[in-house]
Design a protein around this ligand. Sequence first.
Ligand SMILES: *[C@@H]1O[C@H](CO)[C@@H](O)[C@H](O)[C@H]1NC(C)=O
Ligand SMILES: *[C@@H]1O[C@H](CO)[C@@H](O)[C@H](O)[C@H]1NC(C)=O
Ligand SMILES: *[C@@H]1O[C@H](CO)[C@@H](O)[C@H](O)[C@H]1NC(C)=O
Length: 337
Amino acid sequence: MRLSICAAAIATTTLFLSSMATPAYKPSSKSPSQIADEMRRKQKQKKLDTIDNKYFHEPGGDSTLGHYDRRYFHGVVSDEERTDTQSHMIRAYLNFFHENELDTWIAHGTLLGWWWNGKRLPWDLDLDTQVADATLHHLGDVHNQTRYAYNSSDGATQREFLLDVNPWIWQRNRGDGLNVIDARWIDTRNGLFIDITGLSEIRPDTHPGVWSCKNYHMYQTGELYPMRETMFEGVVAKVPYNYDKILVDEYKVGALVVTEFNGHMWNTTLKEWVKTQETLDQETKERMRKEVEERKQREEVERQRKAGEERKKKEKEDRKKMDMEDKKKALGEAKLE
Ligand SMILES: *[C@@H]1O[C@H](CO)[C@@H](O)[C@H](O)[C@H]1NC(C)=O
Ligand SMILES: *[C@@H]1O[C@H](CO)[C@@H](O)[C@H](O)[C@H]1NC(C)=O
Ligand SMILES: *[C@@H]1O[C@H](CO)[C@@H](O)[C@H](O)[C@H]1NC(C)=O
């Protein structure tokens, strides 16, 4: 059933492409609007080449700071806040794509999280999705800078998310490597985001049916399509047809087998990744260390405040004493006269 849908989808695509490639007159020439479009893109790209090459900026390059958008960053958030942000963020994203009939699917670590229990991996610092390049270009043309108002299904959480599309989406190879992320879905309260990357057939002449992102993750058409409809974080989502192969290619078979990872253990009863006792102990220790440090700081501030008060009091007393002595002296001089 699925395979026949796939075959039909591919047949349609082929038909569409071949009809595009053979215009009614002057074979192999481009339409004026296509040429104008291309020139506009080239000009846009040239202008970009001369300015700042990187579009998305992060407050730092390490694995933590590299996952915040610099414009909206106000400090690293707690695990609880990240979990809350990411689970609403992906629901909003999937709803937006669904409402606008745009195709997208979950990828990388997010796909791995789905594989285990249909949820994000609790330690994941960002979320990843993919789109086909046609969808990406449509996002750039029509939906760039959308601010999506989100209301959770229970009505308890309202948020706003920004869709920001990188102007470098027209360049489909890696280039200087500074713009491999094509778009972001950003929580503007704290700067956390979903990385959106587009896939293109970058070598349709020599490698047809091979899809690649700008970071050269490669997929065959048949690995991706037809997409499977599923649930992720409680909302309708899509995953690539051959998700097992894609995950093993990227993370090796261990990622689907090993049940202790990144300070978490897979609990078969709960079907959840839970923090190991070791992680919990470490967190308790870290929290206590911070508390002690904060108390010391507070005590130091208090000590300095008291010292300042003492100094002022003493200065006041000294001044009083001097005043008295001056008066006495003046009195003595008056007596002498
Ligand atoms: C959010 O949804 C709830 C019901 O699901 C509704 O009562 C509430 O008015 C909505 N809030 C906004 C801001 O749309
Ligand atoms: C999206 O909007 C931003 C802000 O206006 C702009 O800098 C960027 O070039 C736009 N992206 C595309 C693909 O046009
Ligand atoms: C899994 O979670 C359940 C419920 O919290 C708990 O009773 C059980 O001991 C856990 N299993 C493991 C292996 O930690």
